[in-house]
Ligand binder design. Sequence first.
Ligand code: TEU
Length: 571
Amino acid sequence: MAADPTTGPGPATAPAPVPAATRTDDPWWRSAVTYQLYIRSFADGNGDGLGDVAGIRQRLPYLAALGVDAIWVNPWYPSPQADGGYDVSDYRDIEPAFGTLDEAQAMIDEAHALGLKVILDIVPNHTSDEHAWFVAALAAGPGSPERARYLFRPGKGPDGALPPNDWKAVFGGPAWERVTEPDGTPGEWYLHLFDPKQPDLDWENPEVRGEFLDILRFWFDRGADGFRIDVAHGLVKDPAMPDLGDDEEHLLGTPDRADHPHWDLPGVHDIYREWRVLADSYDPPKLFVAEAWVSSPERLAAYLRPDELHTAFDFDFVRAAWDAAELRATATSSLAAHDRVGAPVMWTLSNHDITRHVSRLGRPQSERSADPLHGSNGVTDVELGRRRARAALLLELALPGGVYLYQGEELGLEEVEDLPEELLQDPTWERSGHIERGRDGCRVPLPWAPDGPSLGFGGAAPWLPQPASWSAVSAASQEGDPTSMLALYREALRLRRDLPALGAGTGADITWLDLGDDVVAFRREPGVVCLVNCGSTPAPLPAGRVLLASVPLDLSATEGLPADTAVWLAV
Ligand code: TEU
C-alpha cells in the first residue's frame, strides 16, 4: 500500500495555515514573481550566437523595469551541452562559452543592486559523463570507490550483454549504457535516467551527499539566494532495481504508480532535510524550489513540509486545460495541499521543457494532449493563444502564492514548431529515433529588436533560427505600445506589488464566486475581484472599478466580460 506522503518520516503534523495578519513578515519567496532565464537563449553579449552572462548583465535593467522580484538562471556551469547544460562537468565554475566566474559574481551583485534575488539551478541527479568523477569511475574499474559514486551494475544474460533491468530513459531508449573496461573488454553498465551523457549518481553514497552540500555552500557564499532543484523527485532509486514491466509513463518523469522504483521515493526527503538545515544556517535563509513531477498535489506537498523544501513548481496548473472548472479545481486542490504544510503555491505556465503556453492555449482544448511537452494536437491559433495567455497571466498573478515566468512569455512568444530537423539539438530527437522533436521550440533565442540578423539577440546567427514574424513582437517593437503583451506584464506586475490584496496568501484568502460555469471568479481582501471568462460568450460583470483587463474594456459599452478575457476589479 502507498504510504501517505504527508505523514511519512519526519514531522507528521503540519502547522496551521499562517494567519493573514502576520503575513507582512513573510519571507520574500512567499509572493515573489521570478523570471526564468534560459541562458543560451536570453541575450548574447559577445555575438557568438549563444546567450551568455554578459548578455544577462546588459538586460538586468529590463528585468528590473518589468517588475519581477527574482531571476532563476538555468545551469551555467562548464558542460559539454549534451542537454542544454543539464550535463554538468564542474559545479564550481562557469561554462567558458557563457563567461567567467568573475562575470557571474558581477551579475549576482548587479542583480542584487537592482533589488533582484538570484536563484541558480542545481543538477544533483546526474553529472556529465565528462565530469572528473565519471572519468575516474571509468578508469578505476568495477568494485572501486570511484564507481560507487554512480550506479554501475553487471549486465544480465550470457556475458552480461543485456542491461541490468528494463528501465527506460526519459529521452528515449534504455536507461543503461555498457562501458568498456580499462583492459578493453566489454564491462559493466551504468544507469542514466536521461541521456547516456548524464550518468546518475548514487545518493546512498555519503561522499555524494557531502559533495552537493559543499557545492550549495560554494554558491550561497557567492550570494546566490536560492536554488531550483533539477529532477528533485529522482535522486533515490530502489536498490533492488526491479523491472518496471509495461510502464510507459516516462515522459515528464511523472510516476504512474505509488511504488515506482526510481521516481518520488521516500528517501529523497532525508536529503532535502539536510539541505534545509544548510539553507537555514544563512542569514537571511536561502531558498529552494523543487522541480518535482509527481502524481498528486499531496505528494508534492510532502516535499514542502516545514523542515524540507520551501517551494515547488505547481505543474498541475501547467497541465490544466483552458476550462473554468478545471482551472478552479486545480487551484483549489493545489492550495489545499500546500496549506496543510504551510507552503505557498508556485504558479507557472511555461518553462524550458514545455510547449510555450501561447501555443498550448491556442489549440483545440478538447483534443489537447495531457502532456504539455508534446507537440501539436490540431492547428495552433497563435492569436487566440495570445488572447488567452493575457487572461491566464491575470489569473496566476491574482492567485495566492508566488509565480514563475519563462523568458519571452512577456513578449507573447509562441512555440516554434517548424525548426528544420537538422538543427534540432534536444537529445530527445535522436534518442526517440526521430519520433519526438523535443523541446527546442520553446528555447529559440529572444527577439530584442525588430531588425538585424538575430533580432537584437546579439551576433549574426543565433544557435536556433528565429521566425521572421518575431520582428513584430520584439521587446523594442512592443516598447511604448500600451496594448502590447509587454505593457500588460509590466502593469500587472506593478499592480500586484501595489495592491495589498494580491501576492502571498493561502486558500483561506480567496472566496470563490459563482458567475457561471465558464468563469473562474474569486475575491481577495481588501476588495479585489479576479474574473476569467474561459467561455465563448460574454459573462456577467459585477459592479466595480476596472483595475486592469486583459483586453481594453469599456464598461459603458460592453454587455459583459468578453470571451477569453480576464479582469481585476476593485470592489
Ligand atoms: O527535467 C526533469 C524531468 O523530470 C523531465 O522529465 C523533463 O520534463 C524533461 O524535460 C522531459 O523531456 C529537468 C530539466 O528541466 C530538463 O531540462 C533536463 O533535460 C532534465 O531535468 C535532465 O537534467
